[in-house]
Design a protein around this ligand. Structure first.
Ligand SMILES: Cc1cc2nc3c(=O)[nH]c(=O)nc-3n(C[C@H](O)[C@H](O)[C@H](O)COP(=O)(O)OP(=O)(O)OC[C@H]3O[C@@H](n4cnc5c(N)ncnc54)[C@H](O)[C@@H]3O)c2cc1C
Length: 443
């Protein structure tokens, strides 16, 4: 086992305390004795501290990266938990299969996708990743192994999906892929200028479009309060899709300060808003689902201090007012969010006890870390979210207070009984009470 500070999250500088790391290579391996508290680590694409474990041991799962079996009749794939979503797409898209749900990067492991119960642009049709998980094997620190599905060890299944890696290590999982006719997507983009207009476009697109998402200009939201672009699309039949262009070189080093000054962000936002009012295109799935993957290490643009992503979900009856208020506060604060994304979630019951995605509208921003002013703005956004009965996404968070987490995730006390006593994360230390921390200390 080695000490290693290279394990970090996507948006933050390395964790303050050193953390040891152990890599699993075989599914029959055990966790080392006495090395805890442990935490599974996928590919570090969580933005905040939910994948970090200062002073403890990260269990690196990227050594478990093999496909185990595939049923070409049903599309059910069994693979090890360290397999990347990009590995699955690379192997199965040519055979006419696609991920049932995918987040905005394909550089995510299957274990990480389950532990955060990630969502994609098709939540209104397909729910979240956990809805498509048939079964997995969970390794606990006492050496026990549990087969979990909606029928076997169903409590462990519900606790582990969205369970932030705290119930043990997922060794392998079965997920149901979906049929597609090819790699092409038919995509339409439409401009809007008010939150209500966005909500109306979402309603109008619900039945006919599998994928919907919107971008908003959060620096200069315009007289209507939220100008932006609404994207909707479907997998295309019989269309030729141009192969994606080669990946552009990323930033080799992290600059000392953010390269995203407010003026540049403003110019970017205005340029995009000048796109035509309505545009149709046929595109390869990669630029449609993963535009940010085209620039490796884009996170370094924010400089050595890193950045915060803020993502919340607001119940639908409060969405118009609360989302409008959040956008107005962000614009007024001029903290310079580069990427602001809006999406309506569907009504499926979340599969995990701590799943983030639930019926409502979700909104995400990236803010360069400017210290106190950024933290004060994020606290304000928490209050608006909380008053509207919403929740903040742990996979993106590095600073929410325990009260906000507890109110957004009322199942957390039931969950605590299923947390492995030898598992802990920086996120969990921060958002739970002293009792929970004591549990980890005794582990
Ligand atoms: C550009 C970008 C776009 C994104 N877009 C979206 C999006 O659209 N929707 C969305 O929901 N998320 C999105 N995310 C967040 C990302 O999908 C999640 O944070 C994802 O869970 C990261 O997976 P990972 O494999 O990198 O895991 P890590 O970040 O390393 O870990 C994530 C969590 O999973 C746990 N974990 C990892 N492997 C295992 C395992 N084998 N067993 C048990 N627990 C495990 C860890 O302990 C940790 O709690 C995005 C991230 C980026 C960088």
């Amino acid at each position: 086992m080695g000490r290693n500070s290279r394990y970090r999250s996507w948006a933050r500088p390395p964790a303050p305390g050193p953390q040891g790391a152990v890599r699993l290579h075989w599914r029959d391996e055990q966790l080392p004795e006495g090395g805890g508290p442990f935490l599974a680590y996928g590919n570090g694409r969580s933005y905040g501290d939910s994948c970090l474990n200062s002073g403890g041991t990260l269990v690196d799962l990227r050594g478990l990266d093999r496909f185990i079996s595939f049923d070409a009749e049903t599309g059910v794939l069994r693979c090890e938990a360290g397999v990347l979503l990009s590995d699955i797409l690379g192997r199965f898209v040519p055979e006419g299969w696609f991920l049932p749900v995918t987040p905005g990067t394909q550089q995510v492991t299957v274990g990480g996708a389950i532990a955060n119960d990630v969502h994609g642009k098709n939540h209104h049709w397909a729910g979240s990743f956990g809805h498509h998980v048939r079964r997995f094997e969970l390794l606990r620190s006492d050496g026990s192994r549990l087969l979990c599905s909606p029928r076997e060890n169903a409590d462990w299944f519900g606790a582990t999906i969205g369970g932030l890696g705290l119930t043990g290590v997922i060794l392998w999982a079965e997920i149901a892929l979906k049929r597609i006719e090819g790699p092409a997507m038919e995509v339409e983009s439409l401009r809007f200028s008010r939150v209500e207009e966005f909500l109306e476009l979402s309603r109008a697109s619900h039945n006919a479009y599998e994928y919907t998402v919107a971008w908003i200009d959060s620096l200069t939201p315009g007289p209507g309060g939220a100008r932006g672009l609404f994207f909707r699309g479907n997998h295309a039949a019989g269309h030729h899709a141009a192969a994606p262009s080669r990946r552009k070189p990323g930033l080799p080093v992290t600059p000392p300060v953010s390269l995203l000054p407010r003026a540049a962000v403003g110019l970017f936002n205005t340029a995009v808003y000048r796109w035509p009012r309505r545009r149709h295109a046929v595109a390869h799935y990669e630029p449609f689902f993963y535009p940010l993957d085209a620039v490796p290490n884009w996170n370094r643009l924010f400089g050595r201090k890193g950045f915060y992503q803020y993502q919340c979900v607001i119940p639908q009856d409060q969405a118009g007012a609360a989302i409008g208020e959040i956008i107005a506060r962000v614009a007024r604060a001029q903290e310079g969010s580069f990427l602001s994304v809006l999406k309506v979630f569907g009504n499926r019951k979340p599969p995990g006890w701590l799943s983030f995605s639930r019926p409502g509208t979700t909104l995400a921003f990236d803010f360069p870390d400017r210290g106190r002013s950024t933290l004060a703005l994020l606290d304000t956004l928490d209050e608006i979210t909380d008053e509207a009965g919403g929740a903040v996404y742990p996979a993106k968070d590095a600073r929410m207070k325990a009260r906000i987490f507890e109110r957004g995730y009322p199942a957390l006390h039931r969950f605590e009984r299923y947390r492995d006593p030898a598992f802990m994360s920086d996120f969990w230390r921060r958002v739970t009470s002293g009792d929970t921390q004591q549990g980890a200390a005794n582990a």
